[in-house]
Design a protein around this ligand. Structure first.
Ligand code: ACO
Length: 373
């Protein structure tokens, strides 16, 4: 009988005070605050402050925090030069991984720079990194990354669109950033904690986390979900296509979850925004109808529910965001959760080093090369 838990399912791998997923009780909470309370009454920057500094900011702290983030948006010239050399064909997640790594060479952790200050710097400048590369590689434009509104959502949308985005788009994006910010021991956060546990530096932990998030079973699912939805012009075509995919045992990206068994509470919140945006235009209405039909089929056929990635894709598409930028938006938000976990791991560290159950051969003899078959 195997002792190993495949995928570490059900294993409690450490303690945390950053977030709890309590499906039967209070739902998902960040540092004791219910997620719905945060999406209703806070901004992403307030949530970032909560995760990184341990408390919700006062009005003065909030204004100071916004000003600090805005002041930290600019990128060093050497980082811009690196970004200018990355081709348009690169995946934006690779761009962020490279950008964070380069920033770690230019602004290394040390006596002038601690983990918290690096976390704040990354929250501020990840949108700059992504959009500087995007505009230079796709449009040949070297943009001023310090421009744009005073929130992360407004900044990102303004660098993407070249001007202020609508208040609804800013709010929808802001809510999605709150929802994506933290989710206890998910694969990318656990990666960040594992790297941290070796006493490695902050940037290494974040680049490792970006790599883990990139895959379609984790953050990459929002892009894969969008690509799937775009294949269908009507709900009827979606129903046919999903049934065919399920018949050949394909996974439908944006559905299911390791920890949630009945629903992902984040999906209910983002679905409201997907519908609100869809009600404003015909293309959105069509996309939303396709999405809802896929949701119905997945519930009926597999008893599976949409996770956060599914309707986030519908929201991002309607905000005019290109699909390859969906998972990088996840990074811009989750960097707060990763950073909170890195700081927590450091505060009470022990190297993360599980054991394995060996299933290979034993005691073989090394034959001379000429005699090996
Ligand atoms: N589509 C079709 N079937 C599915 C799906 C899906 N999206 N998810 C799970 N299943 C089925 C599996 O095929 C499996 O069926 P079987 O027992 O008949 O073989 C069963 O449900 C259990 O699935 P596992 O993959 O073993 O579940 P696990 O807990 O290991 O994986 C995961 C969870 C990765 C989220 C999985 O549900 C999945 O691959 N979903 C699609 C990718 C996705 O949306 N990822 C985003 C996660 S949330 C986030 O990052 C914000």
């Amino acid at each position: 009988m195997s002792q190993a838990s495949k995928g570490l399912e059900g294993i409690v791998a450490g303690q945390t005070a950053v977030a709890i997923i309590d499906e039967a009780g209070g739902g998902l909470q960040y540092r004791g605050y219910r997620l719905s309370d945060l999406t209703d009454h806070a901004t992403f920057e307030e949530v970032a402050h909560l995760l990184l500094n341990g408390h919700l900011p006062t009005e003065q702290e909030y204004q100071d925090y916004l000003a600090r983030l805005a002041a930290l948006r600019d990128l060093p010239g050497a980082l811009k030069s690196v970004l200018e050399q990355i081709p348009a064909s690169a995946h934006p997640m690779d761009v962020l991984r490279t950008g964070v790594s380069m920033l770690g060479c230019l602004e290394p952790e040390g006596k002038d720079r601690n983990g918290l200050s690096i976390a704040t710097r990354l929250v501020a400048c990840l949108p700059s990194m992504l959009m500087y590369w995007y505009q230079v590689s796709h449009e040949g434009k070297k943009i001023d990354v310090t421009a744009g509104g005073n929130t992360i959502a407004a900044h990102f949308l303004s660098l993407l669109g070249g001007g202020a985005a609508s208040a609804t788009h800013q709010k929808a994006l802001d809510v999605s950033l709150i929802l994506y910010a933290e989710h206890e021991f998910n694969a990318s956060t656990f990666t960040a904690r594992t790297v941290t546990s070796t006493l490695s530096d902050f940037y290494s932990a974040i680049t490792g986390a970006i790599g883990a998030l990139r895959g379609p079973l984790h953050g990459g699912a929002n892009e894969a979900a969008m690509e799937l939805m775009q294949r269908f012009d009507t709900p009827e075509a979606a129903e046919k296509g999903i049934l065919e995919a399920l018949a050949t045992k394909q996974k439908i990206m944006g559905f299911g979850h390791r920890v949630y068994k009945h629903c992902d509470p984040r999906s209910d919140v983002i679905k409201v925004w997907a519908k609100r945006l869809a009600d404003e235009n015909e293309t959105g209405k069509k996309l939303f109808a396709v999405a809802e039909r896929i949701e119905q089929i997945m519930r009926r056929e597999k008893d599976l529910f949409p996770n956060l990635d599914f309707y986030s894709a519908v929201v991002y598409h309607q905000c005019g965001i290109p699909t390859p930028l969906f998972t990088p938006l996840f990074v811009m938000s989750r960097v707060t959760g990763w950073s909170a976990h890195i700081l927590e791991q450091r505060a009470d560290n022990r190297i993360i080093r599980p054991t394995s159950e060996y299933i290979g051969e034993r005691n073989l003899t090394v034959a001379p090369r000429a005699e090996r078959g």
